[in-house]
Design a protein around this ligand. Sequence first.
Ligand code: PRP
Ligand code: URA
Length: 208
Amino acid sequence: MEVVELNHPLIEHKLSILRDEKTGTKEFREIIGEIASVLCYEAMKDVKLKEVEIKTPLEKMKIGQLEEDNYAFVPILRAGMGMLDGVITVVPNAKIGHIGMYRNEKTFEPVNYFFKVPKDIEKREVFLLDPMLATGGSACDAIELLKSKGVKKINFLCIIAAPEGLKVVTEKHPDVKIFCAHIDRELNENKYICPGLGDAGDRIYGTK
Ligand code: PRP
Ligand code: URA
């Protein structure tokens, strides 16, 4: 089980803008993307590279290159789509799957409404994307869907995680590595993360 929290003054600075209720849709979306790309660098810190030979303007050299076919990004709709632009700039040729999920507003249980992933998903290391890990219900269901397709290596990338949700996901899926920009204090009675940033989907798409 592994949970990595980005610990960097510039990420705290970005979070201060993201969390501010006065921040508008455009800036909110841009910062979600920026933090997602930093999370992607962190989550891929230990990937194995293939050695290739290239020629610089001065001489030949051997150097490591990423085998982009080994990876897939899977955003959890809707809010996870906000992180996709950020990670795809880092690994432009990764394949992309989609999982549609929303929380029932009364029970807070996730409801799955869409699932489409690349055919060879079981051969790929997957990076699940969702800005908010609250109760952990959506993350667990998404992980289970991927495992049912034979995926063996899963990483969960989020912007804000609640301690309650982290406990649930790490207990049920100790093999999944979680990367977040910040672990917040707690969930409130409506299962929103506090202090949090509000409803990520609504703030990304301006739907409220
Ligand atoms: C939010 C968020 C996660 C989920 C987290 O999605 O993006 O998917 O809630 O909550 P949980 O950890 O308690 O399951 P939401 O249901 O608001 O859907 P949306 O992305 O379409 O706005
Ligand atoms: N989903 C959100 O978008 N925000 C929360 O705080 C919890 C769930």
